[in-house]
Design a protein. Structure first.
Length: 462
C-alpha cells in the first residue's frame, strides 16, 4: 500500500498533466451536445403516473420508481415525502494500474442528465443493474467485463456495498470496487489515467469530480492493520500532515472501534423506527400533477420530469423524473489535533431511507441552511471559524449524483478547531471523536458511514 500513498502524494501526475486533463474536460464539454428540458409526464410514452397505486414508474417496471413514505420514531410521526425505490445494486468501479512505477486510476469524463456543468470526472464504470443487463437497449458499459469477474482479472483493493443518500432513496446501495490490473487495456476516448493526488487536487474545483468517484476513493484501505511495521515507518515520509499520519497508523484503534460500535448498536436496539410506504396521492403535504410532485410547505426538494438528449451515451435520448433540490446543502467535518493525532467529529445520522436505521455522518449535515437552528453548538463553532477564516482545510461546492438528482450541489467544508472548542462539544451519544484508522475500518464494512461523510473524507490531503 506504500504505492497507494505514493500516488496520493503525486499531485501533478506522471501520465497526463493536470492542465491537459482540464483541457480535455473543457473540450468534451464544448463538443458534446446536451439538452435537458423540464416537461410534462403527459408527453412521455415511457414514464407514467399510476393514480391507483400513487406511484411514478415506467412501462417496463425497471430502473426505479417513486412512492411516498412516512417515517415514525418511537411511535411518533416524524416526516413524510416521496422516495426513490431502486433495490438493485449497481457498480461504482475504478481500475488502477501501475504505469511508470506509479499507480494511476482510470477515470471517465461522464455526463449525467442532472449535472449542473455537464462533464464530471467519474469512476471507470458507473452502472446500474439495468445498464449492464441492457434493459434500456443500449450497449454494455465499457470495462464492465473486468468487474464482472474481478478476482479473475486482477487484484481487488476494495470491494464493499455502500449506501446512497438516505434522504432520497429507500435502502439504495451500490457496489464500490477498486481493481488493480497488471495488464495493458485499451483506453477509450472519454477516459484518462490520473494519480490519486491529481484526483484529490481536482476535487478542489467546484463540481468537477462527481459523487461516485468520491465515495469509491473513500474506501481505499489505509488503516494500520493493512501494513507491516516497516511499511508504517516508511509511510511517514509521504505525509506533510503528520497528525493525519498518526491518525491512520494510531495504535490501539480497536478502543475507538468498540466505543463507536456500541453507540450505533444502542441506537439500533433501543430506537423504534417504523417506515410505511404510502401512495404519493395520500401524502398530506405533497401535491401530484403532470409536472411532478411538490410540497405545500418548505421542503428540501421537488420531483420534476425532464426530456433529455446527450450525445455519446449508451442511449442518446430519453425522459425521466429527477429530484430537484430547493437549497444548497451544507456538510461540515470538524477535526482537531490531540496529542499529535488528528481526530474527526462524526454524528449519528438517522434518515428516512436508511438501510439499517442510522449511520455515521459528518459533524453537520444540513439540507436547508436557511431553516437550521443557528443556536446549535456545533453550528456556532463552525460559524466562528468560518467567519474568522481560520482553520479551513477544505471548502468546495460539489454535486450529488446527476442520474437521479437535478443540479443538486452541496458545500463541503473541513475545519480544524482548537482544543477549547472541541471540549465544549458533548460526546458519547450524538457526537463522537474518531480517528481516521477507525473510520477506515468502518468503510471496509457496509452501512456504517453515510455517503456525505465518505465524500468529505475523500477530500483529505496528506
Amino acid at each position: 500500500m506504500l504505492k497507494m500513498l505514493d500516488s496520493w502524494s503525486r499531485k501533478d501526475g506522471n501520465v497526463n498533466q493536470t492542465p491537459e486533463l482540464l483541457g480535455w474536460v473543457q473540450e468534451l464539454n464544448d463538443s458534446t451536445y446536451v439538452n435537458v428540458e423540464q416537461t410534462s409526464i403527459a408527453n412521455d410514452p415511457f414514464w407514467f403516473y399510476d393514480d391507483y397505486r400513487g406511484e411514478i414508474l415506467n412501462r417496463k417496471r425497471s430502473f426505479f420508481s417513486i412512492l411516498g413514505m412516512r417515517y415514525f420514531l418511537n411511535e411518533r410521526f416524524v416526516s413524510e415525502q416521496p422516495i426513490i425505490l431502486q433495490k438493485e445494486i449497481g457498480y461504482l468501479g475504478i481500475i488502477v494500474k501501475e504505469i511508470g512505477g506509479v499507480l494511476n486510476f482510470l477515470m471517465q469524463a461522464k455526463i449525467e442528465p442532472g449535472n449542473i456543468n455537464h462533464i464530471q470526472i467519474s469512476p471507470t464504470i458507473q452502472a446500474t443493474k439495468s445498464n449492464f443487463t441492457r434493459v434500456h437497449g443500449g450497449r454494455v458499459p465499457y470495462y464492465f467485463e473486468y468487474f464482472e469477474q474481478a478476482k479473475k482479472n486482477g487484484t481487488v483493493i476494495y470491494d464493499q456495498i455502500q449506501s446512497e443518500q438516505g434522504s432520497r432513496f429507500d435502502g439504495k446501495r451500490n457496489r464500490n470496487i477498486i481493481l488493480l490490473l497488471d495488464k495493458d487495456i485499451e483506453v477509450y476516448p472519454n477516459y484518462k489515467w490520473m494519480t490519486l493526488g491529481q484526483i484529490k487536487e481536482l476535487m478542489k474545483i467546484d463540481n468537477l469530480v462527481n459523487m461516485d468517484t468520491r465515495t469509491v476513493l473513500a474506501g481505499i484501505p489505509f488503516a494500520s492493520d493493512f501494513y507491516a511495521e516497516e511499511e508504517k515507518e516508511r509511510a511517514a515520509d509521504f505525509f506533510k500532515d503528520q497528525a493525519l499520519y498518526r491518525s491512520i497508523f494510531r495504535e490501539k484503534a480497536v478502543d475507538t472501534l468498540a466505543s463507536v460500535t456500541s453507540v450505533l448498536n444502542d441506537y439500533k436496539m433501543f430506537q423504534d423506527v417504523k417506515r410505511a410506504m404510502v401512495p404519493l396521492n395520500q401524502l398530506v403535504d405533497w401535491e401530484v400533477d403532470e409536472y411532478g410532485v411538490t410540497c405545500r410547505k418548505r421542503a428540501d426538494f421537488v420531483v420534476r420530469y425532464y426530456d433529455i438528449e446527450i450525445s455519446g451515451r449508451e442511449v442518446h435520448k430519453w425522459s425521466q423524473p429527477l429530484f430537484k433540490a430547493e437549497h444548497r446543502a451544507l456538510y461540515v467535518l470538524l477535526t482537531k489535533i490531540e496529542e499529535g493525532v488528528r481526530w474527526f467529529l462524526v454524528s449519528l445520522q438517522p434518515e428516512i431511507g436508511n438501510f439499517d436505521k442510522v449511520e455515521l455522518g459528518p459533524s453537520l449535515q444540513v439540507a436547508d441552511p436557511g431553516e437550521y437552528d443557528t443556536q446549535d453548538l456545533v453550528y456556532k463553532i463552525f460559524q466562528k471559524y468560518e467567519m474568522g477564516h481560520t482553520g479551513i482545510l477544505n471548502d468546495v461546492v460539489l454535486s450529488e449524483e446527476g442520474g437521479r438528482f437535478y443540479h443538486e450541489q452541496n458545500r463541503n467544508v473541513i475545519i480544524e478547531i482548537g482544543g477549547e472548542d472541541a471540549e465544549r462539544i458533548p460526546t458519547g451519544k450524538e457526537y463522537l471523536w474518531v480517528d481516521y484508522n477507525c473510520l477506515n475500518f468502518f468503510v471496509q464494512t457496509n452501512n456504517y458511514m453515510n455517503i456525505q461523510l465518505r465524500n468529505l473524507l475523500a477530500l483529505l490531503s496528506i
